[in-house]
Write a protein that binds this ligand. Structure first.
Ligand code: FRU
Length: 704
């Protein structure tokens, strides 16, 4: 095996990566005796997914990690057949030895045994081959069952429990889901003095809740879902309490759910739902659940595409190219009936002759009078890219909003055939004339778009509470063993849409920076907020750049950040709206800006954005899952006098962006090609920005 040196191209310097090989989900996060354990999905044999095992690392501060030997290794028979893989799960320390898995580690003064506190891993056994286990379980091909293993030396060596699997199959009503039943997250529930397990029936978008007195015998208590983002597989659930606004008397429970595909961009995503839990049932707060069949109260319907016997021209819309003379279609007749999630019967679609049709369909002009435009959208991921729009390289399949001749908002499909809600904040253009244009200039795989129910409203129509609005934050798991006020989460900083082909070697995939979670009331709504763990600041260099501008003029201002910190730094920005329309920072750029990652705030669109269209290499994605290039937004309305705060972490091949309150985050991988050019530039677009304060610190490597 090639020995890694932790300075290979793109190797993160302050994010966790395995020394070599493939990694996905964080598993078994548990804090015990001053040590943070992190296990993770790991392939000991290569740097693509396979031979799933649990890797292991430990830390005392969540930023410096020590790699340890593999904890649970994929089992292969003498013919090389994989017999058992160790899929995602969790770990607990059984301090009261409820499981009876402790061992004597000595005697006390009275000669009585002193027992260990066993660390117990609860994971999914995935069996690729049909067989009968040594303890008599008949296993079907592809079966997923829940199992446990225990360690009496703090996670270094593990023994599989001889009664495994402890939950061989899903409940009888879901018996056919025997191969989609996984990812147990277990924790101790003090009020009921029981262990609680949440896991998913992935294809049903259902979370099952079990309880146990001893970690071995489990009773099904209830089920939850599907809710909100629910059109892919649900994986890696977590359930945990947090205090609202630090008030220990105001506890709420949060369910975190991975969804893939069907994430906010395309591929993988993470959503959360706030509610209550009584030891048996999780009940979502009503305000947390979005009914996809309802438009916001007081909405004006601009176009519902119900007139399926009319042409677009009859409706005042204009088609070009192959869409001249076409009109709304009955959704049930489109793409062999695969389209789901529409309202009524009719939709607008560019799937007229398979993916072959190209052209545009433009709405009549209208005056913007409400703060939000919302619509249902599905189809392939081919975003509008301002640099190529209208050129021969244009491959967009998108809906855009045009004001004053300029595209001010755009949205593409998320590589699904189920329509989902998306909303644009248009408060910045109230009173102005606008139109919508649907563009499909692509004939590639899934190159079509479906649109339905375009409404104007005062509030957005959300699909889900996205935990992160970027493409690269998945399978988020939280630490057991910490007090409620220190609940800490780590996500896998990748996306199944392209994870196996990102251009890194000898390892593949990094974890997100660990983030502390809290519930905060912001604008009268209780929200899940997150901030990088405070220990990250121990890695900061002294200030590399610190400046205040009462007015930052329109244009770009170069900032000198010396290597190596120009590829790993923290940028803190504070600013207030001026005459300009966007403000932010350009990272990893060259002099001509042909390579750049742009991060900022859009004062008109009221969102934080990360633009990775020109971030570097994106050629590794295959054409079916073209989901790498993009412009990612997190809507965060502000007033013109507000001080807006952005904190940005750059670590060579990733950016993580948090607003000052931690209410939105955007996590995105980038693969800059031109390493010599890692310029940092502030920019103010369309005019000046006021009261700008910029503070930049380098971040020291944790591997040196
Ligand atoms: C999520 C996931 C889990 C599964 C694991 C397998 O990324 O698909 O559902 O347990 O990865 O590696």
């Amino acid at each position: 095996m090639v020995q890694s040196c932790f300075n290979e191209e793109y190797r993160p310097q302050f994010h966790f990566t395995p020394e070599n090989n493939w990694m996905n989900d964080p598993n078994g996060l548990v804090y015990h005796d001053g040590v943070y354990h992190m296990f993770y999905q790991y392939n000991p044999n290569g740097n693509t997914w396979g031979y799933m095992s649990w890797g292991h690392a430990i830390s005392t501060d969540l930023v410096h990690w020590k790699h340890l030997p593999i904890a649970l290794e994929c089992e292969v028979d003498s013919n090389g057949n994989v017999m058992e893989m160790f899929f995602s799960g969790s770990a607990v320390v059984d301090v009261n030895n409820t499981s009876g898995l402790a061992v004597s580690i000595g005697k006390d003064r009275n000669g009585k045994d002193i027992f260990s506190q066993p660390m117990v891993a609860i994971y999914t056994s995935t069996y690729p081959t049909a067989h009968t286990t040594s303890n008599g379980h008949v296993i079907r091909q592809g079966q997923q069952s829940q199992s446990i293993a225990f360690s009496n030396d703090n996670g270094l060596t593990w023994t599989k429990y001889n009664g495994n699997p402890i939950i061989p199959s899903p409940p009888p009503d879901y018996a056919d889901q025997y191969n989609q039943f996984r990812d147990p997250f277990v924790f101790w529930h003090t009020p009921t003095l029981k262990w609680i397990m949440v896991l998913t029936l992935a294809m049903k978008q259902i979370i099952l809740i079990y309880s146990s007195k001893n970690l071995k015998d489990w009773t099904l208590e209830s089920q939850f879902g599907p809710y909100n983002a629910r059109f892919g597989e649900w994986e890696c659930p977590s359930l945990f309490p947090l205090y609202v606004d630090d008030n220990t008397a105001a506890e709420k429970w949060i369910i975190l759910i991975g969804i893939n595909p069907g994430g906010v961009i395309a591929g993988s995503g993470t959503q959360s739902i706030i509610g209550s839990f009584d030891g048996k049932t999780f009940v979502a707060d009503p305000s947390e659940v979005y009914d996809p069949a309802k438009v916001p109260c007081g909405s004006t319907v601009f176009q519902d595409f119900e007139a399926t016997s009319s042409t677009f021209e009859d409706l005042g819309w204009t088609g070009t190219g192959d869409f001249v003379g076409s009109g709304p279609r009955k959704a049930s007749t489109v793409n062999g009936g695969k389209v789901k999630g529409y309202l009524g019967n009719g939709i607008m679609t560019t799937y007229l002759f398979g993916n072959i049709g190209t052209g545009t369909i433009a709405s009549p002009k209208f005056t913007i009078r409400k703060d939000y435009i919302s619509f249902l959208i599905a189809g392939g991921y081919y975003p509008y890219n301002p640099a190529t729009a209208g050129t021969p390289e244009d491959n967009q399949v998108s809906i855009t909003l045009v004001v004053d001749g300029k595209v001010v908002h755009s949205q593409t499909g998320t590589n699904t055939e189920t329509l989902v809600w998306r909303s644009w904040n248009v408060a910045g253009w109230i009173g102005q004339e606008a139109y919508l244009i649907i563009t499909d200039v692509n004939t590639g795989p899934s190159a079509h778009i479906h649109i339905d129910e375009i409404v104007f409203s005062d509030i957005p129509k959300d699909e889900a509470n996205w935990n992160d609005f970027g493409p690269d934050y998945y399978a988020a798991a939280t630490y057991n063993g910490l007090p409620t006020s220190e609940r800490t989460v780590i996500g896998w900083m990748n996306n199944w849409a392209y994870a196996n082909s990102i251009p890194t070697s000898t390892w593949r995939s990094a974890m997100s920076i660990p983030r502390k979670l809290a519930l905060k009331t912001i604008d009268n709504k209780v929200r899940l907020v997150q901030q990088p763990v405070s220990s990250l600041s121990t890695l900061y260099t002294s200030s590399l750049y610190s400046r205040n501008f009462s007015v930052l003029e329109c244009g770009e201002t170069k900032v000198n950040v010396p290597a190596p910190y120009n590829t790993r730094m923290k940028v803190a920005l504070k600013f207030t709206r001026g005459a300009g329309i966007k403000f932010g920072v350009i990272l990893c750029s060259n002099a001509s800006n042909t390579q750049e990652t742009v991060i900022g705030y859009d004062f008109l669109g009221q969102n934080i954005f990360v633009d990775r269209f020109k971030s570097g290499n994106s050629s590794f994605v295959d054409s079916e899952q073209n989901a790498f290039p993009g412009y990612f937004i997190a809507t965060m309305p502000t007033k013109s006098t507000d001080v807006i705060e952005l904190n940005i972490l750059l670590d060579w091949s990733s950016v993580e962006v948090f607003d000052g309150k931690g209410q939105v985050a955007i996590t995105s991988q980038i693969f800059p090609l031109d390493h010599g050019a890692a310029d940092v530039k502030l920019f103010s677009e369309g005019g000046s920005t006021r009261s700008v304060s910029v503070s930049i610190h380098g971040i020291n490597s944790v591997w040196k």
